[in-house]
Write a protein that binds this ligand. Structure first.
Ligand code: G3P
Length: 419
């Protein structure tokens, strides 16, 4: 028997399908490469469930070491002082190799303090793209992939007529697509104070003309299923791979499932935009998740966690994760390597999210977002959108209500947040 015990590192995550395979493979590789630490990944449900499970476990004194939290949980985790161990501190204390400048700033900016201290480790960053069923376009006699929203609406009608009767186009993550990304992509604010990045005293502002016009259009097209609603999270994504919805906006990280499940020719393209909005398209914002290291663990455990994060940052490993999952390379070196290998010439769809993110230098409206209680906010916004799509409210009424209700929740967060 070994003279020492293996230190277990619990890693709670929200990945299914192809992305779950990536997680399991990473843990296996790390465990095989050394004998002191064992990373044990556990699936804890969708992003919101995983985050809630992690926070509840911390309160009960049995938090995992590593918790995967989606980007919109960032403000909540930041405010949870004590519950988390900031990554920059972990790396300092354990002395593991760590160069914050090695990572792509568009990604780390999201997970860092204003002083540039990295709080969580960017693991699976994505952006939203439009997945396209090329066989369906052919069947409907559509020569080019639509670039603008008016083109999408028109093509979706043709697709419907060509047999895609229950869904011309759709999106996963209803608020991510139709409020958060839409606003950044059109350079209009989601909320004041750079969408909350410059302070928790932010007010929601997404009931402006661009967002209202877009929702009004969805309400109209929902009536005959030229557009058909696909839910608040990513559970509706299978409607693309099954062939039901030929145009489908969701994460670039959907790639692993598209690749293994879609039985038709496919690609992806940038999110559509409204050509009459000045400056559009601007740039997209990131999605996906980062790894938070939880508080209250011992030195040996933290050493293992730090070694694992260093392991994940390795250039070749980053390139491999990117190629397998469609999530972004998180280091500059990995992105350069993928480019130099000629990888994007073969698989241009994996560069779409990077091109969107870097389409133009970000503005106050497109750097990202950081809103307290965001998980609950998304539910309230989605509830209002669902009412509008059901014909119970106009687009303006629904978005006004989403803003008013959301602002009350933001004030609540400001009062209770530790700092
Ligand atoms: O599907 P993901 O992992 O890219 O995440 C999408 C959204 O950003 C979740 O908030």
């Amino acid at each position: 028997a070994p003279a020492y015990a293996v230190t277990e590192i619990q890693w709670w995550h929200a990945m299914t399908g192809g992305n779950n395979d990536v997680i399991v493979k990473l843990a296996n590789e790390f465990n095989a490469a050394q004998g002191d630490y064992k990373v044990v990944p556990t699936y804890k449900g969708g992003y919101a469930d995983t985050m809630n499970a992690g926070i509840a476990a911390f309160r009960a004194g049995n938090a995992p070491h590593i918790l995967q939290v989606f980007e919109v949980g960032t403000a909540t985790m930041m405010a949870a002082t004590g519950a988390v161990k900031p990554v920059y501190k972990l790396m300092q204390e354990t002395g593991e190799p760590f160069d914050p400048k090695a990572y792509l700033p568009a990604i780390t900016g999201y997970y860092s303090t204003s002083k540039g201290e990295m709080l969580s480790f960017p693991f699976n960053s994505s952006s939203m793209v439009m997945w396209v069923n090329l066989d369906a376009l052919k069947k409907a006699d559509i020569a080019e992939i639509p670039k603008t929203w008016p083109e999408v609406f028109e093509d979706a009608k043709k697709l419907k007529a060509a047999g895609y009767a229950t869904c011309g186009f759709s999106t996963a993550w209803v608020t991510w697509a139709n409020l958060e990304q839409l606003s950044a992509w059109h350079n209009v604010p989601l909320a004041s104070k750079a969408n909350g990045l410059d302070g928790f005293d932010t007010k929601l502002e997404f009931n402006g003309p661009v967002q209202v016009k877009h929702l009004q259009k969805l309400i109209e097209l929902q009536k005959d299923k030229t557009y058909d609603y696909s839910g608040r999270t990513n559970t509706g994504e299978g409607r693309f791979t099954s062939g039901e919805c030929p145009l489908f906006l969701t994460s670039s990280g959907f790639f692993g499932n598209v690749k293994s499940q879609a039985k038709f020719n496919w690609t992806n393209a940038p999110m559509p935009y409204y050509p009459d909005v000045k400056g559009a398209p601007q740039n997209s914002i990131i999605g996906g998740a980062s790894l938070w290291v939880m508080g209250g663990k011992n030195a040996a455990e933290y050493k293992g966690v730090a070694k694992f994060l260093a392991f994940l940052s390795d250039t070749d490993r980053q390139v491999a994760i990117h190629k397998a999952s469609g999530y972004l390379p998180i280091t500059k070196a990995a992105y350069e390597k993928a480019k130099a290998d000629g990888f994007y010439k073969e698989q241009p769809y994996l560069e779409t999210p990077i091109k969107e993110l870097t389409n133009k230098p970000p503005t106050e409206n497109s750097r990202g977002l950081r809103l307290g209680n965001m998980v609950q906010l998304r539910d309230v916004w989605a509830e209002e959108i669902e009412q509008a799509l059901a014909g119970k409210k106009t687009a303006q009424e629904a978005l006004d209500a989403a803003v008013t209700r959301g602002n009350t929740m933001l004030r609540q967060f400001e009062k209770t947040a530790v700092k």
